[in-house]
Design a protein around this ligand. Structure first.
Ligand code: 4NP
Length: 149
């Protein structure tokens, strides 16, 4: 799960998906394309909206996306088009590129929509991000269960 800062959207995506899968079977992690918040806990507003929904993301620590993530993970979900560009710039091969997908395309195929960056807005933005990621990760879980991922 990749966003810009790895403090608002991708920590939520990580925490929500982790809460729905068997950790022995599925490795879920998150990262930011930027390094501003490396080593930091998620934004308090993400921690609070997750907590309200029974998901604890408070122990996560920010890290930057790295080349070896292309080797470590089968799917790389980005939150928006800017993240998409930044990750694709680092891709070394067609196989790397094929792993990268806008996460909301799992909610609605080929919709090419962004998870809005809630950083500069109010709590409502975080509620919306939570709802979108909860729905998208439901579909990811269905695909994992039916073997199409
Ligand atoms: P995120 O949100 O990419 O969802 O973690 C942001 C967090 C920090 C900044 C921008 C977006 N920032 O500019 O520091």
């Amino acid at each position: 799960m990749v966003c810009l800062g790895n403090i608002c959207r991708s920590p939520l995506a990580e925490g929500i998906l982790k809460s729905k899968v068997d950790p022995e079977k599925v490795l879920v992690d998150s990262a930011g394309t930027a390094s501003y918040h490396v080593g930091e806990a998620p934004d308090i507003r993400s921690i609070m909206i997750a907590r309200k929904n029974g998901v604890n993301i408070s122990k996560q620590l920010g890290r930057q996306f790295k080349l070896s993530d292309f080797d470590e993970f089968d799917r790389i979900y980005v939150m928006d088009h800017s993240n998409l560009q930044n990750v694709l710039k680092l891709a070394r091969t067609d196989a790397d590129r094929a792993k990268v997908e806008l996460i909301l395309n799992e909610l609605k195929a080929n919709s090419n929509q962004d998870v809005p960056d809630p950083y500069y807005g109010g709590d409502e933005g975080f509620e919306q991000v939570y709802r979108l990621l909860d729905a998208a990760t439901d579909n990811i879980v269905n695909k994992l269960e039916n073997g199409s991922i």
